[in-house]
Design a protein around this ligand. Structure first.
Ligand code: ADP
Length: 404
């Protein structure tokens, strides 16, 4: 069974084609600058025999006005005689779409029909920047892949297992009822993928495991996973809550917002921009949101870079500590995403705080970057695992599961 996975942003469309029998990627690519001038497509056919990417990389530079035109250009390449991986569109049995917000409507992936599209429309106001392009992608793919099953896979769905005490804020209950203001959590597809992989590595069913999954990328979140279900997570109503991130504040005293509105004469756009794009380790360091730059600057003695890293690590540790209590212990601590997979330094700094819980990593094993590895010390109280995330594969798996 071949599955096409599509992830639509407001001006981009990323895609991968999977052969689900072997879970292999056959082709992948990205359309950039949709709706702007100089739109661009990068398409790669994967050379399976050599196990390397790039039998062909095609750059198409032309104006691509909307997501439907983007999918058409992708399709042209998928059936291309040199770079293609299918002869005919009907070979794509199903299209799996990443959808950022499923609200309370969706606690699992879903086959898309008219009813689902209506429900998705209702979730739009919860993610006004992300859901509209996701829906545009679904509608466009539906028109082009007329005979393929369309599946929506939600970033929020995995966290719908949380119960009220985790997801309610200390606001008047009526605001939850009126607007759906509650914690939803994000990165669910990633947390689910790495927790399933951890269960394989640990040779125990997820139902028998207490896991803490740290997705540390430019956007970052932590999930407490008990028996395969998310019981708490650090992101909230939006992806702004929780950890200090690349450019987002994470948790802060809400009273700072009206204070700034008054002092700096800010409006809602200014505030959103400040909290989402100018804060986090970028705002703290004044240097970069990229941890490679920060680590280099900190080694060279830059005070603000060091402080930014310290604040980031400290916040992660506080969440890990509270989730150990929430779960009543932990069997596996997982590091994933750009920083979690690639920064031995950040992982070591986090582990240095965890000696009270006897969570220990092995300095030698911790040297790895971007590969799956058990980095626990022999006398660690729980397994510490580095697991590269693969949200696209998880979307393809969920899509296949619904079609089986
Ligand atoms: P997102 O998907 O949220 O954009 P990623 O999971 O791709 O984020 O993570 C991107 C981040 O990973 C970069 O900002 C960078 O800081 C970090 N990163 C990548 N490689 C390394 C590395 N070798 N050392 C430290 N940090 C790294």
């Amino acid at each position: 069974m071949k599955v096409l996975v599509i992830n639509c942003g407001s001006s981009s469309l990323k895609y991968q084609v999977f052969n689900m029998a072997e879970e292999e990627v056959l082709a992948k690519g990205e359309v950039e600058r949709i709706g702007g001038k100089n739109s661009k497509l990068k398409h790669k056919k994967i050379n399976l025999e050599k196990g390397e990417e790039g039998l062909g990389e095609v750059l198409v530079e032309e104006e691509i006005n909307n997501h439907k035109e983007a999918i058409k250009v992708v399709v042209d390449n998928l059936v291309d005689i040199n770079y293609g991986v299918i002869n005919d569109l009907s070979e794509i049995y199903a299209v799996g779409h990443r959808v950022v917000h499923g609200g309370e409507e969706f606690s699992d992936a879903v086959i898309i029909d008219d009813e689902v599209l209506k429900a998705l429309d209702k979730c739009k106001e919860l993610a006004p920047l992300h859901n509209p392009p996701n829906i545009a992608g679904i509608e466009a793919a539906g028109e082009i892949f007329k005979n393929s099953v369309q599946v929506g896979v939600f970033d929020t769905a995995f966290h719908q297992a949380m119960d009220e005490k985790s997801y309610l804020y200390g606001l008047p209950y009526e605001l939850y009822q009126k607007y759906g203001i509650r914690k939803y959590g994000f990165h669910g597809t990633s947390h689910k993928y790495v927790s399933e992989k951890a269960s394989k590595i640990m040779k125990k069913p997820v139902e028998e495991l207490k896991l803490i999954s740290c997705h540390l990328g430019n956007g970052a979140s932590i999930a407490a996973i008990d028996k395969g279900k998310s019981v708490d997570t650090s992101m909230g109503f939006t992806p702004l809550e929780g950890l200090v991130m690349g450019t987002r504040t994470g948790d802060l005293d809400p009273a700072i917002v009206p204070f700034l509105i008054e002092k700096e004469k800010m409006d809602t756009n200014d505030i959103n921009d400040l909290l989402n794009k100018k804060s986090g380790v970028l705002g703290l360091s004044g240097i970069s949101n990229d941890f490679r730059d920060l680590e280099k600057a900190a080694i060279e003695g830059n005070y603000r870079a060091k402080v930014a890293l310290d604040v980031f690590v400290y916040r992660v540790v506080k969440f890990i500590g509270s989730y150990i209590m929430v779960l009543g212990g932990v069997d596996g601590l997982i590091f994933t995403a750009g920083v979690g997979e690639n920064s031995p330094n950040v992982r070591q700094k986090i582990a240095d705080y965890l000696t009270f819980a006897e969570v220990k990593i092995d300095g030698e094993k911790n040297k790895i970057k971007g590969e799956t590895k058990d980095i626990s010390a022999p006398d660690s109280s729980c397994r510490v695992l580095v697991i590269p995330t693969n949200e696209e594969l998880m979307i393809a798996r969920e899509t296949k599961r619904l079609c089986d």
